[in-house]
Each structure stands twice: as C-alpha cells, then as structure tokens.
Ligand binder design. Sequence first.
Ligand SMILES: NC(=O)c1ccc[n+]([C@@H]2O[C@H](COP(=O)([O-])OP(=O)(O)OC[C@H]3O[C@@H](n4cnc5c(N)ncnc54)[C@H](O)[C@@H]3O)[C@@H](O)[C@H]2O)c1
Ligand SMILES: [Zn+2]
Length: 272
Amino acid sequence: MYDTILRTKEIFANANAVIITAGAGMGVDSGLPDFRGDLGFWKAYPPLKDKNLSFTEMANPQWFFSSPELAWAFYGHRLKLYNKTGPHAGFVLLRELCAQKNENYFICTSNVDGHFSKAGFSKDKIYEVHGSIHHAQCIHNDDGMILPMRESSVEVDEAKFIATKMPVCPECGCVSRPNIMMFYDHEFNPKRTWSQRKRYEAWLSENENSKIAIIEIGAGLAVPTIRKHGEALVERSKKATLIRINPKDSDLNPQLGISLKLGGLEALNQIL
Ligand SMILES: NC(=O)c1ccc[n+]([C@@H]2O[C@H](COP(=O)([O-])OP(=O)(O)OC[C@H]3O[C@@H](n4cnc5c(N)ncnc54)[C@H](O)[C@@H]3O)[C@@H](O)[C@H]2O)c1
Ligand SMILES: [Zn+2]
C-alpha cells in the first residue's frame, strides 16, 4: 500500500489538470448512506423494507403520479438529510489540490446531494450526471422550468413515511418533482444537466494535451456510469491516469491506473 500511495502522490505532482469523479460512496464519510444492495438501502429506509421496495423501484417517476406522498417522503427525507449534513474533510483536501493546479479541474458526479458546491467548488465546474435534488421540475414534461427546490416546500411525517406537504409546479399547479434522472424516466428535464455537460466537454477539449489525474471516489457497480466514464477517459487520452478509491469495489485494470482499497476520507488523507 505504501508504494501505491507514493505512486499516487507522483501522479498528482505531475498532473496539471484534475477530474474528480464521485458516486454515493463519496458521501459515506460525511454520514450519508450509499444504496449498496437492497440491504444497504433498507438500512437507510426501513419503511421501504416493510413495503418491499428497492432503490430501483423507488427511484421511479411513476410514484409522483400514483402515490406522490410516498415519492415525496423518500425525496423529501433525502433533501433534508443532504441539507443538514456537511461535506467531510476530504472535500477540503480536494479543494486544496485543485487550488495547487490553478483551479484547472472539473467534477463529474452521479450524486444529487449538491455537496461539491456546498464544499466550495465552483458551480461552473460541476457536471451532475443524474441531476440535483436541489432543483425542481414539472412531473408532466421534460421541457418546462427548472427552479431551485426550497426545503420548506416539503414536510415529511417520518413515522408514517408520507409527505404532508409537497412542492407545487408553478406552471400547471400539479405536484412537482426533483430534477433527478430516475429509472424508466421519460419526463426528466435534461436542460440543466446538458448545460453542465457542455461546459465539461469544452473543458475536456481545452485539456486535450494536459496531464490529467482522475480521482474516482465511491462509485459503485450497480449504476456504473461514473466508473465507465473514468475508464473511457483514460482509454481515450494517453495522458490521463485513473485513481480509483473504494473500500470494496476497488477492481481496476492496472493499465488504466491505480486502485486504493480504502474509504474516501482515509485515502484522501493519505494521498493528499
Ligand atoms: N449522496 C447522493 O447523492 C446519493 C446517495 C445514494 C445514491 N445516489 C444515487 O444512486 C445511484 C447509486 O450509484 P452509486 O454507484 O453512486 O452508489 P452505490 O450505493 O451503488 O455504491 C456506493 C459505492 O461506494 C462505496 N463506498 C462505501 N463506503 C465508502 C467510503 N467510505 N468511501 C468511498 N466509497 C465508499 C461502496 O463500496 C460502493 O462501491 C447514483 O445514480 C446516485 O445518483 C446518490
Ligand atoms: Zn407542471
């Protein structure tokens, strides 16, 4: 492990650009649950165990039509949890790394919790591939307004796991929903995510000849968007190296980079 840490430090020292890619595991050391397997999900949401509903089943836009109180219990609970939780010290270490590289960085995350911007990263340098819980859209269409989500617009009766107050769509007066890409989602409004992606692609073009260190933290196997993205970047650019940080799902083809079988905060403490 000592050798791996030294090699990782060397990659950072030589890099002139940084991409931080992160999945739910990035939030675990802040005290947020990941949704690893049904058991992990049900540990975080016992009422959904009673209903035998998995994360994949719950993260489905149909609930906003058939049972909006249940849909908003789930997303309202998460909104409040992400709001009241602070990003862990590893975010600060990453901020310092980016400052050392003249702020030449981009973040690509499947997390919807907004914790990178809460930790002080520039909103213009974050690509939230699956959207954001801090933004709301109409349940009926993918082309309307995307507005900031106010925490006060949702109330959840935690004991019954139902929402007693839900945000309303200002365009049609129906209940609104988070601007998050769910499963089998035909109504997700992609406008905000697309504009982030455009900025990210422009940054990647500007950095075609940069030595990029890609740091992936806590990206799982169930929805492997983030893992595949980092691997594809390395395959595309000879000058990029991937550093995969994950205490369990740490497998990585050694030709693509280095893997650290550690929790996010512990790894960042050691390598930065
Ligand atoms: N905070 C959030 O925004 C949040 C939380 C849960 C799920 N989600 C959503 O659910 C989907 C789940 O996919 P996923 O792959 O991100 O999550 P996942 O729950 O499937 O996997 C989490 C990964 O984090 C790893 N992990 C656990 N503890 C860790 C730690 N201390 N440090 C680093 N890694 C750790 C696990 O080994 C696992 O590989 C995503 O699309 C995401 O949008 C978001
Ligand atoms: Zn509407």
